[in-house]
Design a protein around this ligand. Structure first.
Ligand SMILES: CC(C)(COP(=O)(O)OP(=O)(O)OC[C@H]1O[C@@H](n2cnc3c(N)ncnc32)[C@H](O)[C@@H]1OP(=O)(O)O)[C@@H](O)C(=O)NCCC(=O)NCCS
Length: 388
């Protein structure tokens, strides 16, 4: 078949660079309204979940399909705590990683290791996948927390079954726990985790589904997803946003900074979205959280810089902030080290990834699209001796 014929036949299927606007599968996990106003996890509005649920309830909802009853939630929390241990070999690996390793690289490798060490039976498939997913929900914070503490010359972290998921994570990352201020911080962190937990066929989830569609194991699909999330056009944006706020330094300098960045054709991190061109309901929710926490901490500088950048970018380009933008304010106020922002995203999105991996394999069809060939026309093979 000639290049031209191949192109014509593929052309009958339509083509959209970056798969923009292309439905690439079916899901019962997340409903995303392109206008940006609507986002539902398994039918429940994100505004209700962020205002009223815990992260554990949301993780249960995503993985098991329904909101838990009180006793189901109690059992789920006990299961999380009982699986919250890291094998000795992972602890040994964390102790030997070079100190300047980015935590996302470390996490990707650690999850691959956890897959290697997972000797649990793989049947029945659904139960095995749920158990592995729930284990990862606590193992990932333990990996991040332990690596962070080791880098600071401290010891390993351990899961406190008397505290919720967000409280444990906050204490691993910042050492804060127990008092009223720490509880308020943990709730703000929890809201961000709920907002980050799931977002339909985003790049990392799609990557997980492509990998899962070969019917490989769950850890392989999660490893692929972590590598995909790391990039600055996806999960890496929250870290880049905080770097921008630090380099601007003062709300009065924000507008000039934005104008000069745009004049140099640089992208402003934390703005724009492939699907949500008219704004993102999650950004509105985390913005309110960022303002509330700024007042609570008596520190308005990051919020005021963010607000000034937001207004300037809207005015100059008509772009809306995405979830990563005001989340950076929340994490700066908490004192979470910047390199840990994207790993915190993983602590949450792992729930969505695993729900999608399970859904993909339960209704599997290998994901194998086609490419439009744009290379050279057919050439006659030239023997090595005859090449010039
Ligand atoms: C998320 C993102 C990759 C979506 O990109 P996309 O759907 O492919 O949109 P495009 O790259 O086609 O952008 C459309 C236009 O808006 C501009 N644009 C999009 N995001 C921009 C940003 N953050 N800063 C400046 N300009 C931006 C593009 O330059 C392009 O302008 P042009 O038509 O004049 O060339 C993009 O908005 C981006 O890079 N954002 C910054 C990174 C980020 O915050 N990522 C987290 C996403 S949740």
């Amino acid at each position: 078949m000639t290049t031209a014929e191949s192109t014509i036949i593929l052309g009958t299927y339509g083509y959209s660079p970056g798969l923009e606007g292309v439905p690439a599968g079916e899901t019962a996990i997340c409903q995303l309204d392109e206008g940006g106003a609507g986002l539902r996890y398994r039918g429940y509005a994100i505004g209700d979940l962020a205002a009223r649920a815990t992260f554990e309830e949301v993780a249960y909802l995503l993985l098991r399909g329904t909101l838990p009853t009180k006793s189901e939630l109690k059992d789920f929390s006990s299961e999380l705590a009982s699986l919250a241990v890291l094998p000795d070999r992972i602890l040994a690996f964390l102790a030997t990683v070079p100190r300047d390793t980015h935590p996302m690289d470390l996490l990707r490798t650690a999850v691959s290791w956890l897959g290697l060490l997972d000797r649990e039976p793989r049947h029945p498939l659904r139960e095995a996948q749920l158990r592995a997913s729930i284990a990862l929900l606590t193992q990932i914070p333990l990996v991040i927390g332990t690596a962070h503490r080791l880098a600071m010359g401290d010891g390993v972290v351990t899961w406190d079954p008397g505290m919720g998921f967000a409280e444990n994570l906050l204490s691993f990352l910042t050492g804060q726990k127990g008092d009223g201020r720490a509880r308020a911080m943990a709730r703000a962190l929890e809201v961000s985790l709920i907002l980050y937990a799931e977002h339909e066929f985003n790049a990392s989830t799609f990557s997980a589904r492509v990998t899962a569609s070969t019917m490989t194991d769950l850890h392989s699909a999660v490893t692929a997803a972590i590598g995909t999330l790391k990039g600055p056009l996806h999960g890496g944006a929250n870290e880049a946003v905080a770097e921008m706020f630090v380099s601007i330094g003062n709300p009065n300098l924000a507008e000039a900074w934005v104008k000069s960045a745009l004049a140099e054709k640089r992208r402003i991190m934390g703005f724009g979205h492939r699907v949500l061109k008219q704004g993102d309901v999650r950004s509105d929710i985390i913005q309110r959280e960022a303002e509330r926490l700024s007042d609570l901490c008596g520190e308005r500088r990051w919020y005021d810089i963010a607000r000034a950048v937001d207004l300037a970018v809207r005015r100059e380009r008509g772009l809306h902030p995405n979830l990563d933008f005001y989340t950076a304010v929340v994490y700066l106020l908490m004192g979470i080290p910047r390199v840990l922002y994207t790993p915190v995203f993983v602590c949450s999105r792992i729930a969505g990834w695993c729900a999608h991996i399970i859904e993909q394999q339960e209704h599997n069809r290998l994901i194998r699209p086609r490419a439009l060939y744009k290379g050279p026309a057919p050439e006659a093979y030239v023997e090595l001796d005859d090449r010039r």
